[in-house]
Design a protein. Structure first.
Length: 262
């Protein structure tokens, strides 16, 4: 398969490799590798530090750094990897892919992982995948406690998001609106984004590295977050969540990837 996208430098590569090995970092530490492969993230993968955010009344802590896509996966990227474009607004190469099911989005991540591993750019201890709901919300907030990453007032969202108020009933090219403080675009609006978690009410306690319910036995739906072109800004807050069966798709749901230790 042709190169999915161009590459970025590896200045942060040792950070996640050390994290995957359970190593602590200090000023005198040096890069370490889990195998002979050097981690080379895809272009536009943004490093996200470990940390904690507040979910309702309880803290949620992520103990490992990861990367997240600066943009939602585009139609051109999806077409290049999967050989098809399911989008309702088809033929718009730099618009986010949509009408893509959770299953299809997950398969995309698997193919990218396999391709990068074959090209010796991805150690065995890492993978591209959909973000957990906690990873997504933490990255969206980018260190703040506001309703939106830009503040509390949805009326300020025009500079940051394509929503029903300004989108003219369609998606738009990724990255046109201002990013959040960590450089991520379209975390609010354009298309909703799949997360890896099964849907259930949040547990009423502090959590560390949560991944949602462990099985599908009592859960039928996967979470998606972030708001989209089809709804007003008020519905796309950092904590907003909706759900859909993993085999279903609709023209306002897409996704972005994370790169993380297994």
């Amino acid at each position: 398969m042709k190169s999915v996208v161009q590459r970025v430098g590896v200045a942060w590569a040792w950070v996640l490799i050390a994290a995957a090995m359970g190593c602590k970092r200090d000023a005198g530490s040096s890069p370490q590798a889990t195998d002979a492969v050097t981690l080379v993230p895809l272009t536009n993968m943004v490093p996200i530090p470990a940390g904690t955010f507040q979910r309702i009344r309880f803290p949620v802590t992520l103990t490992r750094e990861f990367w997240m896509g600066r943009y939602e996966v585009t139609q051109a990227e999806f077409q290049r990897v999967m050989g098809t474009n399911p989008s309702h607004f088809a033929g718009l190469s730099n618009h986010p892919v949509e009408k893509v099911s959770f299953v299809a989005a997950s398969n995309y991540c698997v193919r990218v992982t396999n391709a990068e591993r074959e090209q010796a750019r991805l150690p065995q201890g890492f993978e591209y995948r959909l973000p957990t709901e906690a990873e997504w919300e933490y990255a969206c907030r980018a260190g703040n406690t506001n309703r939106f990453h830009f503040g509390h007032d949805p009326a300020e969202g025009d500079a940051y998001a394509w929503t029903a108020e300004n989108c003219e009933a369609t998606t738009h090219p990724v990255g046109l609106k201002k990013p959040n403080a960590w450089g991520l675009h379209d975390m609010h609006g354009n298309v909703w984004e799949w997360c890896s978690d099964w849907f259930e009410p949040y547990p009423p306690r502090a959590l560390t590295d949560p991944t949602g319910p462990p099985t599908v036995s009592t859960n039928k739906y996967k979470v998606f977050k972030g708001g989209g072109w089809n709804q007003d800004m008020v519905y796309g807050g950092a904590s907003s969540r909706f759900m859909m069966a993993p085999s279903n798709s609709i023209h306002f749901v897409g996704f972005r990837m994370v790169l993380a230790p297994r």
